[in-house]
Design a protein. Sequence first.
Length: 315
Amino acid sequence: MLFKNTHKITLLAVLLFSMTVQAQVNFDEIEIEVLKVRDNIFMLVGSGGNITVQVGDEGVLIIDTQYAQLSDKVLAKIRELSDMPLRYIINTHHHGDHIGGNANLRAAGFTPSGGNVGGDLGDAGEGARILAHENVLLHLAGDEAVSTDMWPTMTYFTEKKDIYFNGEGVRILHQPNAHTDGDSIIFFRKSDVITTGDAYITSYYPYIDTSSGGTLQGFIDAANAIIDLIIPVYGQDGGTLVIPGHGRLSDIGDVINWREMLTILRDRIVDMKDRGMSLEEVLAAKPTRDYDPRWAGEGIFSTENFVTSAYMTLD
């Protein structure tokens, strides 16, 4: 019963947090910054989750869409990179700071006649396609506040989904029970770039959305999956580059540090639980004290929220 109640409280917390962020942000003052990552891959930073843009002769593919209030600015930056039609939107998960602009950007896109992605045909002219794991659709369909034109138009339910676009293979990999139960990381094989959504961030402790199936162990598993895809440059920074859900462009060293932090804190909390310590006792013991100066945030990113969610999802 306690765990179920925690799910309800956590869901309410994330909804309130999202509303608070949007109320506090003056979107008129937000500028969309563009960073060239490699070749035809770009990272757009504004308010909300980072956006990945792939451009080429076949059109434009983007990952995540930030908030609806920024759609015009996002689209303007995309048009500076390419005048080709926006063909595909991939959502890494269902949270509003990553899918808020879905409807606007989908409407600005175009599906050509006979176009295909992974063998799936679509009707011409119906806007860009939105692709995500099926759990993203299930979450959005269960939220009356989300209009149907924000929903994915294509979903996958297996471990991975492969598409070929703009001359390179794009592998979409489901990461179950990390940030949510519908997380995807996306690997651009030719460009050697990975986009992670909120399965990996560089700003704060992870937000474990227990109301949507998130777990601390799932975060660690996702970090291992990301690291398995990375090939570093020996003895120096570089190699495969990683675009996080929030924060700065990363390489293998950053992701390894993230994984080690999560693993150490997991082991500490599990040890405390095994010794019969209650959640209140674990919080009082401050198992994260040496990491707090670097990782502690506020609200859903606070130390208390992280430790509480970790405690509830660890055996």
